[in-house]
Design a protein. Sequence first.
Length: 217
Amino acid sequence: MNDEYIYQYPAPEYMENFKEMVAQRTTNTNGARKKVIVCFGISMAFLVLYCLPFLNFIDTYLLLVAVIFLCATVILLKGITKKIGTHNLMIQATESDMVLTYYSVGATPKKVLTLRYEDIIECQFFDKSYTKIQITFKKNKHSYLKSYSQTGGEVSNLVDTMVSFELNPYSYEQGFFMYIAPDYFNIKKYALTDKILKKYGNINEYFTRLSESEEVE
């Protein structure tokens, strides 16, 4: 892949901030997971004690403590679920190929797809808000998928010729696939219809809105 990018997100000057944000999110989520395990373990321990006959005289208190820790577990799980919903896609695209680096929270928090456009078998959106996209491709020395564990080690893929990404709504990720990518490879059953243009605007309107929202932040 050469350096003549037609599209690059984030921009080089924001790359370090982007990576720091991803690392911090992963650290926070792992910490929350540990708290869930601790709270759940404590609640189970108190439930076991509650069931012991010789502790009948304090079983009400044991049950109360167990319920409190179970509630804490549920709250923490909701927090993790919200974090899992956060994801970011780094894009480096030229006129012939692209590298998509996908960061999410889960068993494989980092996936890197190196892809030559001519190796794409099928690409399509899977929702009406254009935030879920799936790519099927021919695997070869030019096009391949690598996945990484939470510790950074490479892991095998369950399927290594297909990958799905979630795109943040109204983002540079989504904008790439809606406005830029269709000029270089086909996205099945997708076109800039009047309905889409009315909702999202044309390419200039879409990216101007993104730029203005960054200035406000």
